[in-house]
Design a protein around this ligand. Sequence first.
Ligand code: PGA
Length: 253
Amino acid sequence: MKKTLVVANWKMNPTTLRVAKTIFSDTKKSLSKLNGVEVVICPPSVYLSELKRLSSGNKISFGAQNCFNQEKGPWTGEISPVMLMTSGAKFIILGHSENRRGGDNDEIVNQKIKLALKSGLDVILCVGEKERDEDGHYFRFLKKQILDDLEGIGKNYLKNILIAYEPLWAIGVGAEKVITDKQLQEVTIFIKKVLVDKYNVKDFKDVRILYGGSVSYKIIDDLAETDVDGFLVGRDSLSQEKFSKLLKVIGSK
Ligand code: PGA
């Protein structure tokens, strides 16, 4: 049975380890009776090793939210992918729009992806347009962003890469609109095709796409019927009630 991957992006929350442990154990409880769902929790990296220590079973794994583009050295305050992996991360989110806004251009994202893959992490690469135009220029933008970010990354790594489609207009409290299942299906197929063409793979099943941007139990029903392989959840992954409802709907598909 195909499992749906749900990535919980906690961002810079919660403010204490104690609350982080509570959210983690709530998530574990919500997942215990569900089949067909796997969760990747991406907490602030300082909580990784403590949470990893509390985990058991194979339904939850951990991810980091970003890393630096160097392996080691005199880089005050920075963290390398290997450090994140040895702290318990299996995945890493890279290219999130909040980090791109902070200066991560495609070249830097590409360097980070290469280093993260070399370090043994699976990469969740976030891509997405700022706005949608009627002429469909956003398709061109998306294709360029994906190809630039994956420049020089070989086919052998394709199994370690997930693309998270996160249109900026649908993310966070300031989201302008909610994505429709039709829009999501169209972009999912488009991104899969970009990857299938780049890597010359035979099957759409070999490329995995996630969707992120205001994902909640209220809109998940239709979105889960599309060809996406999972979801990246921000705000609602921090609320026990909302996240367990969301996982339940996904688990019932
Ligand atoms: P959101 O965040 O679910 O709160 O919109 C998603 C994201 O930014 O990854």
